[in-house]
Ligand binder design. Structure first.
Ligand code: TYC
Length: 102
């Protein structure tokens, strides 16, 4: 609808409630077999962490059992998890990632 007024770019009716899409935490789980270097590489390559952030997060996971790697919309979180599982399987490691609604 084209409206030639100063209000022409108002997109929503005033009584509509607009919800943001839900976000999901992607969580990496500790295990006894995946190497620390491999987990740091995953955090750098898939989750775009710096080497120092990646090392901190890896150690948190190693020491506590799990750690949040990033927070994303559902489809992006699902893709990150698939990428982790694919790379881990290729390398012969049992590394697992899960997602949790924020
Ligand atoms: N616990 C592993 C080791 O001692 C390292 C590790 C860290 C594995 C984080 C998985 O998500 C993980 N080699």
């Amino acid at each position: 609808e084209t409206r030639f007024s100063e209000f022409a770019d108002i997109e929503e009716e005033a009584d509509e409630v607009v919800e943001e899409p839900p976000l999901y935490k992607v969580i990496l789980l500790n295990d006894d077999y995946t190497t620390m270097d491999f987990v740091v590489g995953i955090l750098e390559e898939i989750f775009h962490k710096t080497p120092s952030e990646a090392t901190q997060i890896m150690l948190l996971i190693h020491n506590t059992g799990s750690g949040v790697c990033g927070i994303y919309p559902k489809e992006i979180a699902e893709t990150k998890i698939e990428q982790v599982h694919s790379k881990a399987k290729n390398a012969g490691f049992p590394l697992r990632a899960v997602m949790e609604k924020e």
